[in-house]
Each structure stands twice: as structure tokens, then as C-alpha cells.
Design a protein. Structure first.
Ligand code: K1U
Ligand code: ZN
Length: 167
């Protein structure tokens, strides 16, 4: 396994649209394993392939308290979302130190493939629903700060530049 570099906002590569995975093979299983290691080390509760400059539709998530419930979503699609919305505070490993509220559907049903290439469906609510929508946005080249006001986005870009200079 390997620790991968996480791209930082406003890196242009975070806006690339990920391509579908054609075959779930050992290369994809290695990507999943490396992404999981990177997510746990960060630490975070989710990671999209886009964030590690791999532009394929792959997500890893573990929202458990025990950090032993890894879920891989390959080619995920939201097949149903609730009309009810919720405001939830979000963070992002690509925008370190920034947390803010985003409104999204409270519940979603997702269809995806697992590491064996088998198709499954899962009903998501709570943090899992928030996280999977956040990660699927990454696969579309969207970062959560884009839901915030342009004033906040400008401030965040400024903070990220300062952070980059300090490193
Ligand atoms: O996409 C990412 O960068 C991962 C992100 C996922 C996420 C968290 C919360 C709401 C929406 C999306 C993170 O994991 S940010 C870090 C974080 O939330 C966390 C870190 C350590 C322990 C618990 C949570
Ligand atoms: Zn993120």
C-alpha cells in the first residue's frame, strides 16, 4: 500500500471530471487500498479519487467510530434522493482547516460496484449521506466551498495561498 498526495484547493486538477471505471481489476483494487490508507492517515472519513489526482469514479468512505468499516464505491450513482434537505457542517481534506454548512438531500440511495465488481445498492442517511454526496461532487470536479458565497470563496482562496506560502 502507499500514501498518496492529496491535492489542495484551488488546484485546477480538482475540477476534472472523473471517467467511469471500465473493469474492476487489481489496478483499481490497489487504488482503493492506497486511497483507504491515505484517508485513514489524513485522518478523514471519505476520499474521492479526484483528490489524489486519479480521475476515475472511485470513492472510499468509513464513517464508523471504530475506523474498521471501509466502504468502496466504484462507479457510484445516486438513484434516489429525499425531498427533505438538511444543513450539515462539512470539511474537506483538500481544503484543510475550513468547515462550513452545506444543504443537501437528507437521504440518498446509491448504486455502485464493490471491489469484486459486484453491483450493490445502499440507503444512506446521516453522515454517510453527507459524505457520499460530498465525494460524488469531487468526482464531478466540484469542491464543497463552491456552495458558499463568493465572498467566503475569495477568503478561503486567500487562506489557502497563505498556507501554501507557509509550507
Ligand atoms: O472529501 C474529503 O476531503 C473527506 C472529508 C469528508 C467529509 C467529512 C464531513 C462532511 C462531509 C465530507 C473529510 O473527511 S474532512 C475530515 C473529517 O471530517 C474528519 C476528520 C477526522 C475525524 C472525523 C472527521
Ligand atoms: Zn472533500
Amino acid at each position: 500500500m502507499a500514501l498518496l498526495h492529496i491535492l489542495t484547493y484551488p488546484d485546477k486538477r480538482l475540477h476534472k471530471v472523473a471517467k467511469p471505471v471500465e473493469v474492476v481489476d487489481d489496478r483499481i483494487r490497489k487504488l482503493v487500498a492506497d486511497m483507504a490508507e491515505t484517508m485513514y492517515a489524513a485522518p478523514g472519513v471519505g476520499l474521492a479519487a479526484t483528490q489524489v489526482d486519479a480521475h476515475e469514479r472511485v470513492i472510499v468512505i468509513d464513517v464508523s467510530d471504530t475506523h474498521d468499516q471501509l466502504q468502496a464505491f466504484i462507479n457510484p450513482e445516486i438513484i434516489w434522493s429525499s425531498d427533505e434537505k438538511q444543513d450539515h457542517e462539512e470539511g474537506c481534506l483538500s481544503v484543510p482547516g475550513i468547515y462550513d454548512f452545506v444543504e443537501r438531500p437528507e437521504k440518498v440511495r446509491v448504486r455502485a460496484q464493490n471491489e469484486k465488481g459486484e453491483t450493490f445498492e445502499i440507503d444512506c442517511e446521516g453522515l454517510l449521506a453527507v459524505c457520499i454526496q460530498h465525494e460524488m461532487d469531487h468526482l464531478m470536479g466540484r469542491v464543497f466551498v463552491e456552495y458558499l458565497s463568493s465572498l467566503k470563496q475569495t477568503r478561503i482562496r486567500g487562506k489557502m495561498k497563505k498556507l501554501e506560502k507557509a509550507l
